[in-house]
Design a protein around this ligand. Structure first.
Ligand code: PHE
Length: 476
């Protein structure tokens, strides 16, 4: 078992894996999505719930996913199949892998469109389009991009092509090289931007929004969004981290590796908020603006600061790269499956998977067109959504498929796989750390996620009602 290797290649070291997995984790989720959902959900209290989810649910499930990947050393579907049989259970567990591959497809379809916005903004910033603009002017630039389906489609196509090229080239040559430089550069640029935000008059206001502890407005929908985002931002619940784990050297410590990735990811997300919220307040923008938030706040800052054309261009280049290293990990699970099960060459598999994803992405392009038939408003868990199919895809994947995939991964690692197997693979001894991990994946993480999902589907209250007499019986 321990000598198994992957047919798709391997990382050259533990650090290469950390960089690649951090590249997968850090992406649009941190810089684009986290600030806007924090804004929509009222700030501090949401952030605390999110941090709690990262620590209690995200970290143990990431450990589980890397562990399963390294033990199976195949595409997520085949890894789950093999490990289920190995532990004497039904091969139907490979369903976890299938669900994941499907989620990856759907996420990448809209992820690529948003990454296209970032690509477009490299050129807007480079041409000095933001210089000296008012908030209304900046909003008009954003609206004119969204209202231009040909442009959106063009950028989406370019981004998908970039993703397919790296995947087609394989693990070592494409991925490893790129992330080594890009991740540190992104961090430095973000620190510069935080420096800019500190010097605005509204920095204090931004910080207090980010860390206020007003739990009274926090609904179940917000809690589910926080759980969902913990999965999304750490790339969990769909096999991306599992397939990267399949290329991890046997001697690397999974626990330490996981802490490093989760810490880096959380830091980038919080930095993004420290940049965005002061600028929102400084310029009288709306915190609940939605998906356009960073595409409006940051250009405003670039338009005003010295060297803004340079920093602005650089920022959108790095954001695009961050999205790129994430997109790759969304496509890798399905490509490896096509190679393993359909006997396709890596290049062919990448083209097919990329093509299908591109096609689904067209739906998102039209979700931002005013008169398109697929744009509509609806309410989800008390929140108003107005971008039709895009919102549906986002909720379905991030808030439902990833958490469900995550619960199943936790259940598999905690209940189906033998204690010996997981202990052997995690190599954290038989002490407190291992036991804590096991309690988290067996009980705590699944229970928390299931409770929130039951609550949102309206099933929790009847269940509590049914159990109240029994609990009362014990009380008396
Ligand atoms: N983690 C990525 C981000 O935050 C998105 C992602 C989700 C990537 C799931 C892979 C798998 O942008």
């Amino acid at each position: 078992m321990a000598t198994k290797t992957s047919i798709h290649g391997a990382w050259s070291s533990r650090w290469a894996f950390i960089l690649a997995a951090t590249g997968s984790a850090v992406g649009l989720g941190n810089i684009w999505k986290f600030p806007y959902i924090t804004g929509e959900n009222g700030g501090g209290a949401f952030v605390i719930v999110y941090l709690f989810c990262i620590a209690i649910i995200g970290v143990p499930i990431m450990m589980a996913e890397i562990m399963l990947g390294r033990r199976g050393r195949q595409s997520p579907i085949n890894t789950m199949h093999t490990l289920a049989i190995e532990s004497g259970h039904h091969p139907g567990w490979k369903f976890i892998g299938i669900l994941g591959v499907l989620a990856g497809f759907l996420i990448l379809s809209y992820y690529s469109v948003i990454a296209g916005w970032s690509l477009a903004y490299i050129f807007r910033a480079g041409a000095g389009a933001f210089t000296g603009q008012t908030p209304t002017g900046i909003e008009a630039i954003f609206d004119s991009l969204l209202g231009n389906p040909e442009a959106l489609l063009g950028w989406h196509t370019l981004f998908m092509a970039m993703t397919v090229i790296v995947i087609a080239r394989g693990v070592k040559h494409g991925l490893e090289r790129a992330v080594k430089f890009l991740m540190p550069a992104l961090l430095i640029l973000m620190l510069i931007l935080v420096g800019y935000a500190i010097n605005t008059n509204s920095f204090g206001k931004g910080v207090s929004f980010l860390f206020n502890l007003n739990f009274s407005d926090l609904g179940w929908g917000a809690i589910l969004t926080a759980i969902g985002h913990a999965f999304f931002t750490l790339s969990l619940g769909m096999g991306a981290i599992m397939i990267y784990g399949a290329y991890l050297p046997k001697d690397a410590s999974i626990a330490k590796t996981t802490f490093t990735i989760a810490a880096a990811d959380t830091m980038i997300a919080l930095l993004a908020c420290l940049i965005v919220f002061p600028l929102v307040f400084e310029n009288g923008l709306k915190v609940g603006e939605g998906p356009g938030l960073v595409f409006v706040t940051l250009p405003l800052a670039f338009g005003k600061m010295d060297g803004g054309v340079f920093f602005g261009t650089l920022f959108f280049i790095l954001l695009t790269f961050a999205a790129w290293t994430s997109a790759i990990s969304l496509l890798e699970p399905v490509v490896t499956w096509l190679v393993e099960n359909k006997g396709l060459k890596r290049v062919t598999a990448s083209l097919i998977a990329g093509g299908v994803t591109w096609l689904v992405g067209v739906l998102t392009v039209f979700s931002f067109q005013k008169d398109s038939p697929i744009i509509f408003s609806f309410k989800f868990a008390g929140e108003q959504k107005s971008n039709g199919v895009f919102d549906i895809l986002d909720i379905l994947t991030a808030n439902i498929m990833l958490p469900v995939g995550g619960v199943l991964i936790a259940v598999f690692a905690g209940w189906i796989m033998s204690r010996e197997a997981s202990r052997d693979e995690l190599e954290i001894g038989d002490g407190h750390t291992y036991n804590l991990w096991r309690v988290l994946v067996r009980f705590i993480s699944p229970a928390l996620i299931v409770i929130v999902i039951l609550k949102l589907t309206g099933l929790l209250d009847p269940i509590i009602y049914l159990f109240t007499p029994i609990v009362d019986m014990f009380r008396s």
